[in-house]
Write a protein that binds this ligand. Structure first.
Ligand code: GLC
Ligand code: MG
Length: 538
């Protein structure tokens, strides 16, 4: 490991995702905003993260809460002004934090001037900027493709008698990425922000950008499980992950590379073997194709060990790994694995090889909040109700303190607050030495001090019953990580490998300095990091 090139910030650092609507409101409208984020930078610095990624903050009708953009180079007034953005960027940099924006190139809002033009007539110069097709002979949609948010992915437009394609909402028409002008336009958007000094992008649904040029029907999915969202009835063979997308990914990367030290992350939900193609030929693609495997992994030692091995095995030569524990689209980790295991999950995330991404609020154990039907805001849940796809529950306001509305706002927030906020908030958890928040801080700090955790190799040791064991080796040091994924205490025996060392950190935060020899006793739901016994001071 570790020549100078490896010391780059996005390899050694920790990324923190902010969902701006829910982080901090500053103007009393119940919705988070840029000034609010700026106010909370000291918190992020104390937490120890290195970069923040903001979900979209651009002008939007908010049909999909900012993922439907009508102006890529302006800030939505809900979040503030361009001056607020500039101030945030500068302050973030002063705090030593990188700032990443969300680039949403697959689709615009239907209200984007490009689409308004495109739909106005068949011979408008921007007609082919989007995907327009004639109706099928029976008048129905041109093919069987399904929207991820329910129903056909084709919307009939009266004005011109054709259908347009939308992978998500009808209010989110897909751009035609085979069109050179579309590419050039989005690359200019990127340059606009890169020139301002943003440190890179997380690219929304990167694997969706190119669709089959013949618009062939998708085949049925033989593995479809009733109760799953309806779009899973088809395999997206022709509507996503097309070979030609790799050229686009390389072009996006080339734009980012026009500026020094910038980062390109791709949002990609694909099996690991397909995911790693997005590193590109000779690593000319995304620096970090987001690895979402932990979001749906069964929480068992053997399953996790296999998953980590599989990911490490398929990584291209020189590709840098990454791990994500939560995001604004998936149920909260504390609800997926339970509060006790959320601590073990934190230790796993922050000791695996690769850049970790923390979703705001996971560090204080925010849970998936059940949302009453009349409080649903998420369009996915509205279109496909009752199958558990709702995303409001993982987007509830950050819980800062015990004051009304949790210090998030001075008025009723846009989404309900969990009723535990009077206890589970940043102020209380900061004051408690062994809280989940304190554990996150300790893990991030330890990762910074230990080159083996930042850049070291990953060496699997064993999955013994409920215990996952691995080593991180590098920078002249070797650390052992032992995670008990079960609720029962266990004794780990060092038959095949040495446990010798000293506990650097337990998830319970009460065993630092304890010597370990022939056996390691773990409590239920406990993880520990063991380092070498320090040399005696002479
Ligand atoms: C991505 C975003 C999600 C959004 C969708 C459509 O998956 O993470 O929130 O709804 O793209 O833009
Ligand atoms: Mg506000």
């Amino acid at each position: 490991m570790s020549d100078q090139a490896d010391m780059i910030w996005w390899k050694t650092g920790v990324i923190y995702q902010i969902y701006p609507r829910s982080f901090q409101d500053s103007d009393g409208d119940g919705v988070g905003d840029l000034r609010g984020i700026k106010r909370r930078l000291p918190y992020l610095r104390e937490l120890g993260v290195d970069a923040i990624w903001l979900s979209p903050i651009f002008v939007s009708p908010m049909a999909d809460f900012g993922y439907d953009i009508s102006d890529y180079t302006a800030i939505d007034p809900l979040f503030g002004t361009m001056a607020d953005f500039d101030a945030l960027l500068e302050a973030a940099h002063q705090h030593g934090l990188k700032l990443l924006l969300d680039l949403v190139p697959n689709h615009t809002s239907e209200q984007h001037p490009w689409f308004v033009e495109s739909r106005s007539s068949r011979d408008n110069p921007k007609r082919d900027w989007y995907l327009w097709r004639d109706p099928a002979p029976d008048g129905g949609p041109p093919n069987n493709w399904l929207s991820e948010f329910g129903g056909s992915a084709w919307h009939y437009d009266d004005t011109t008698g054709q259908y347009y394609y939308h992978a998500f909402l009808a209010q989110q028409p897909d751009l035609n990425w085979r069109h050179p002008q579309v590419r050039a336009a989005i690359y200019e958007v990127m340059r606009f922000w890169l020139r301002k000094g943003v440190d890179g992008f997380r690219v929304d649904v990167l694997w969706h950008l190119i669709k089959d040029s013949q618009f062939r029907d998708n085949p049925p999915n033989p593995d479809y499980q009733p109760g799953r969202p309806p779009h899973e009835q088809l395999q997206p063979l022709y509507s996503a992950d097309q070979p030609e997308v790799q050229q686009v990914v390389a072009e996006l990367r080339a734009v980012v590379d026009e500026f020094p030290d910038r980062l390109l992350i791709g949002e990609i939900y694909l099996p690991l073997e397909r995911l790693v193609a997005y590193y590109g030929i000779d690593l000319s693609g995304a620096h970090l194709p987001f690895n979402f495997a932990l979001l749906s992994a069964p929480w068992h030692a053997r399953a996790l060990a296999e998953l980590i091995d599989r990911y490490e095995a398929v990584l291209p030569q020189g590709a840098w790994p990454n791990w994500v524990l939560g995001n604004h689209d998936r149920p909260r980790v504390a609800s997926r694995v339970g509060a006790a295991q959320a601590r073990v999950a934190a230790m796993l995330l922050l000791t695996l090889r690769g850049t970790p991404t923390i979703y705001y609020g996971d560090e204080i154990g925010l849970r998936q909040l059940p949302i009453a039907p009349d409080q649903v805001r998420d369009p996915f849940e509205k279109n496909v109700p009752g199958v558990g796809v709702g995303r409001d529950g993982c987007r509830t306001p950050m819980q800062w303190d015990a004051s009304p509305f949790a210090g998030f706002s001075t008025v009723e927030p846009w989404l309900p607050l969990a009723d535990d906020y009077a206890q589970d908030n940043v102020v209380n958890l900061s004051a408690a030495d062994t809280s989940l928040l304190s554990l996150y801080r300790a893990l991030i700090a330890l990762r910074k001090r230990q080159p083996a955790l930042q850049l070291g190799d990953y060496q699997p040791l064993a999955a013994q019953g409920d215990v996952l064991l691995f080593r991180r080796v590098g920078g002249g040091s070797s650390l052992l990580v032992a995670l008990n994924l079960g609720a029962a205490p266990v004794a780990v025996l060092s038959e095949q490998f040495s446990l010798d060392g000293e506990i650097l950190l337990s998830t319970f935060m009460d065993r630092a300095g304890e010597r370990v020899g022939a056996t390691l006793d773990l409590r239920g739901d406990e993880g520990v990091i063991i380092g070498p016994v320090p040399d005696p001071i002479v």
